[in-house]
Design a protein around this ligand. Sequence first.
Ligand SMILES: Cc1cc2nc3c(=O)[nH]c(=O)nc-3n(C[C@H](O)[C@H](O)[C@H](O)COP(=O)(O)OP(=O)(O)OC[C@H]3O[C@@H](n4cnc5c(N)ncnc54)[C@H](O)[C@@H]3O)c2cc1C
Length: 824
Amino acid sequence: MTGSLPSHAEIVVIGGGIIGCSTAYHLARDHRADVVVLEQNQLTSGSTWHAAGLVGQLRSSASITQLLKYSVELYSRLEAETGLATGWKMTGCLRLACNADRWTEFKRLATTARSFGMEMQLLSPAEVKAMWPLMTVDDLIGASFLPSDGQASPSDIAQSLAKGARGHGAVFHEGVRVEGFDIADGRIKAVRTGRRTIACDKVVNCAGLWARDVGALAGVSVPLQAVMHQYLITEPIPGLARDIATVRDPDRRTYFKEEVGGLVMGGYEPDPRPWAVDPAPADFAFQLFADDWQHFEQHMIQALARVPALETTGVKRMIHGPESFTPDGNFILGRAPELENFYIGAGFNAFGIASAGGAGWALARWVVEGEAPLDLWVVDIRRFAAIHRDQPFVRDRTLEAYGRHYAIAYPHEEYESGRPRLISPLYGRLRARHACFGSKLGWERANWFAANGSQAHDLPSMGRQNWFAAVGEEHRAVRGAVGLFDQSSFAKFELTGPDAGASLSLVSANDVTRPPGRITYTQLLNRRGGIEADITVARLAEDRYYIVTGTGFRTHDFGWIRDRLPKGADVALTDVTEAYATLSLMGPRSRAVLASLTDADLSNQAFPFGHAATIAVAAIPVRLLRVTYVGELGYELHVSTGAAAELFDAIMAAGSAHGLKLAGYRAIESLRLEKFYRAWGSDITANDTPFEAGLGTLVKLGRDRPFIGREALEEAAGKPLRKRLCGFTTEDSDVVLSGRETILRDGEFVGYLTSGGYGYTVGSPIGLGYVRNLQGVSDDWLNSGRYALVVANDVVPAALHQQPLYDPAGLRVRDAPGSNSRST
Ligand SMILES: Cc1cc2nc3c(=O)[nH]c(=O)nc-3n(C[C@H](O)[C@H](O)[C@H](O)COP(=O)(O)OP(=O)(O)OC[C@H]3O[C@@H](n4cnc5c(N)ncnc54)[C@H](O)[C@@H]3O)c2cc1C
């Protein structure tokens, strides 16, 4: 439609690709919203028209898998609603394994599939051959097969969605380019086009690879990079069944799909080519790049070895087009942190066709309700930060992620590009002491320390990895003496002003209005009672709070609090992350080390657990927090960045008499698992309430105090819980748990692990995960079952635990009598 543009619309969707069409469809169908879609060229003319159309569903996140499953459901029934076919064919998808590690990866994938409610079969080469006779299987160990995957026609789906959207009242305008925005008070007031300015309440940027440019018009960072991606379509191949399974052959970096009796064949090369145009040309509609046979040859060689019939089959067409990819291979969804009413659905990493149904559904609810409808953290735009405004960094990281698309996913792998980027003031000192660094949101962080003479780098392995013993030493030092961690990358905020307490109270499930000097551990909830953030709050003065949260949650948590400060409140929220370094001194000897550097009284009476104070340590002013994430007596020392190195040197010197050892994030992971301390993003998410997560004691419903999520929790309080977070250990101590392993109770599926690792003190693999039962998860029900975990497709006997495995009463944390760790 190219008729006259309205002067106002409730919601303007920018972009008429499959994502814009799906978002408009769901906005109109589910929410009866007044929606206008603006497309600069014609519907589908961007990346959508030339997609290959493979539709896979399994991802490592349960929520994203849920969205992709919804896509499949929608594509299979849309024709009945709109009269326009989507070309959906449920062919199933084969993934081929040519080596032992890949096979282990697939066995883990099959387990993940089961955890997420799908059956993935593992097939022998002979079974693969029977299913796909044209394929050479000599080099195969086996294959996985997901029967409910398939393929569809990208343009047809988009057109069908557009027709459905129109049927529910959405209006589409083609040939209308968005050229700017009117912005005031942190909100978009109107969308400017070449033809008319449209006043609106909300904007959704679904502009595909142009989404970065459209975001920039509003001052919004959308970190993506257009990459050139190509595949070919062959002439018909005799003997190729029309309903043959799609194939992913990751060890040969290629994929196949049937099309009109021939094959579509493409791949992911390790040396991808960015489409380095800035901005992307607006008139690039239904266009392709020139064929690049030289670059494609690597795929051709591999494909010929897999399907020899290609030798004698003509190529009908080469498709070489641009697609937007992101620095971590996940798409970008949600509300931009920079503006109140600007949403994004872009950066689909060549699975936009598979994602569109579910992503459009989720985005529509997000736009209308202002909150994500389920835990979408892995795709949430707030997972990015300031470094992602740096396009060369985004480009390099994105190309690295693209190049790894078909690489074996070894646990604990780190990206290598664009490093080092953000470093703590202790970086050089840690490096000199053989730290092996990982990176989180741009920060270099010590994961573990190599012993003198051994190499400080990770070696990939599907089993125990090369750092296992070194991390065990760090773990034991923390339990038995004292460890020092550099946690300077913690995100840190200050909330100040006369209304600080009342304002923070409105978003906190726990009571943060305790007297100055007290620390509160609290969850921030959404309206469904789901956990949106997990923070530590130190009240420094009546009108001053210091908030500490995880490195990766900086943008998210800051935005969550800022956006919910009451209008007109006399309060200021400031990000002070770079101003303070954090040294965490943890273990039974921590007090002794600290006491040798300060005159302050550190006794339990003067400075108990959960207290904060500013004291001098080695004559350096330190904000001292008595908290722990490892389950021991311990302290976080927050110190001005400039003084951190001096403080570090003083602690290291004082600590040598007490067995002090440097320790890294892998030790923290092991230590926290023994204590069942939850990690936000895996064990506790927007899908889980504090009651379900076993954090109910931190919710202060008894006090007459409003906070977001209170109504939902009041509604849930006292009712049987349908899921509960529990701990698991396996009898076999050599089992490697990495999360997403299926939990069986009396042989029946009841959930899956959200975290997995190893506890060196208890000498056992440890997992955390929700156990589910629609009739309620009571203690009796939990205790009356026999448990097992499915690990890489093997059933492993397991024990369920409702209490932490280590120091369940928390005596050591409080340094209480009987803790066997009384420090001097
Ligand atoms: C070669 C290739 C093969 C692929 N194969 C698959 C596959 O097998 N399976 C799969 O799931 N995915 C695949 N994909 C990915 C898929 O094509 C994309 O993820 C998907 O099409 C993205 O849809 P979109 O709506 O985000 O973007 P687009 O389709 O590009 O739509 C964005 C639209 O926004 C419009 N626009 C931009 N700026 C403005 C503006 N200022 N004003 C108004 N309109 C604007 C553009 O004109 C465009 O039409 C493939 C991609 C490529 C390149």
